[in-house]
Design a protein around this ligand. Sequence first.
Ligand SMILES: Nc1ncnc2c1ncn2[C@@H]1O[C@H](COP(=O)(O)OP(=O)(O)OP(=O)(O)O)[C@@H](O)[C@H]1O
Ligand SMILES: [Mg+2]
Length: 290
Amino acid sequence: MSIKIQDLTVTFKNGVTAVNHADLLIPGGIYGLLGENGAGKTTLMRVLTTVLKPTGGNVTIDGMLYSEGNYEKIQKKIGYLPQEIDLYPQLTVRECLEYMGELSGVEKTECKKRIDKYLEKTSLAEHQKKKMRQLSGGMKRRVGLVQALLNEPDFLIVDEPTTGLDPEERIRIRNLLVDFAEDRTVLFSTHVVEDLAATCNQLAVMKKGEFLFAGNVRDLLNAAKGHVWSCHVEEDWMARKLEEKYHISAKQYTDRGMQLRLISERRPGIECEPCEATLEDAYIYMTNEF
Ligand SMILES: Nc1ncnc2c1ncn2[C@@H]1O[C@H](COP(=O)(O)OP(=O)(O)OP(=O)(O)O)[C@@H](O)[C@H]1O
Ligand SMILES: [Mg+2]
């Protein structure tokens, strides 16, 4: 399943353009969407779920145009975990999921089977009798993911699925998404670069409603090659001076001062060693001006 976005624009009534003439091809598998706060990720995802109508441009899903006449067919192919989700506080986890399954038209017996399967995979089985309002933030997020999976969609859109999860659950959810994407398309937005490094081969970097990069993780890393440096300074004021001049992607106190990781277009004018770019370095290199 592939999704083609062409010249897409979303301008809200208050004049804010959240997506600005954007083009993107999302192929099968798991695809990452990375971008700072306000970049336009959620707005783009809302268009892809048909919740929001764009102001310009178009989207096709396996060649089918996002037009109102096709919305119902398209919605059947899609599962969505919104960034903010607050599901029926008075219902238990199980009741809530059975209700959501019914709304998305999944046959009852099949729905029960799927609920069992995904509650197990998200470590929620033991909490299924709890009321939604009694759950922690991370648990609510996982119930949200289960509801998005219930119709086993061809195109799963997950807006920051790992936010608020503890390290073990984050890994479990990431792996669940990778497995789910084996024969489907999953669009995965996050601010957590290491989540994408661990799951996606392909990603897009968004800033101010535009795509600064779209392609292989390897190509993004290559773009930052030769622009990442490590240096050691002994005094705090030296570190501060470097911070004014360069983008610092990491700093760490050592016995003798501070170790800094600099992102710079050219070799910095101090003693330093080149180092291999991480995805985080590459993201900073891509999204900042030098
Ligand atoms: N309903 C709305 N009306 C007006 N402006 C909006 C609306 N929704 C979003 N925006 C604006 O559109 C821009 C993009 O917002 P969006 O929520 O898509 O960003 P995002 O990349 O998801 O950010 P975050 O990482 O914080 O979730 C922001 O400037 C935001 O203030
Ligand atoms: Mg968002």
